[in-house]
Design a protein around this ligand. Sequence first.
Ligand code: AMP
Length: 114
Amino acid sequence: MSNCIFCKIIARELQSKIVYEDDICMAFDDVNPQAPVHVLIVPREHIPTLNDLTGNHKEMLGHLCMVVNKVAEIKKIKERGFRVAINCNPAGGQMVYHLHVHVMGGRQMTWPPG
Ligand code: AMP
């Protein structure tokens, strides 16, 4: 998608601090971190929201969960703990319409989230 900010990051047209990448996804630091560690895991395929997933995406989604693990290890937040979130549509607080997984850690998270 030519006007998608995350597609531009994946295409390296926009700079980001890459944490991890493979042929399915890319993980990079959030530009406006809400915790000492705040990484976004983004599939290379442009999928706007969770609502747009189909049965064909099952393997990719499982892969993203494994990458959450990898990112937590790289950022050294695995043992202490961390939060994973996917926002969907306006009421879910989604701002960028390219599916992404937030991985946040390095501080105590509170519940309920805002
Ligand atoms: P969401 O509200 O779930 O759509 O989250 C979008 C996230 O993308 C926010 O946490 C933003 O800070 C982050 N973000 C927006 N632009 C960039 C960028 N160029 N590089 C890294 N993170 C970004």
